[in-house]
Design a protein around this ligand. Sequence first.
Ligand code: ZN
Length: 154
Amino acid sequence: MATSKVLKVVLLSGLLSAMSSVAFAKTCAVSIEGNDQMQFSKTSIPVAADCTEVELTLKHSGKLPVTAMGHNWVLTKTADFQAVATAGTSAGPANNYVPKDDARVIVATKLVGGGESTTIKFPTSKLTKGGDYTFFCSFPGHWSLMKGKLVFGG
Ligand code: ZN
C-alpha cells in the first residue's frame, strides 16, 4: 500500500518535470572572448525573448596569467554597474573582484587567465525584458574598457 503510493508520486513528479522541460525550457548559448589587450570580443549580447536560461562561456584568448590580465564576466543593471565595479575592486582577488552576497550582481563568472575558459548558466527570470543591463570585467582597471550591453528580448 505505502509502496504504491510512493510509486505514484514518483511517476507524477517525473511526468511533470518532463512536460515542463519539453514545453518551456530553452537554453541559449552565448560566448564572448577577452584578450591580452584588455578587450571583450563583443560590446552587445542579444538574448532572444523565448530563452529561459542563458549558458554563457567566457574564453580568455590571450596568454597572460590571471594575476596580471584576469577576466571575468559580471552582469548588473546599468544603473548599478559603476558602484558594483568599484565594490569589486575593494572585494579583492580572493573574491574574484566581485562584492560578496551583493544583490546587485545578477550573475558573475570566476576569473580566468590566458588560455582558460569558464561557463556559467543563469535563468532569464533574473532579467526583465527590455531592461538596461551592462556586462563587464571587474578586474581592477578593466571595466572602463571591458564592458557592453546585454539585451534581453530587445
Ligand atoms: Zn579583465
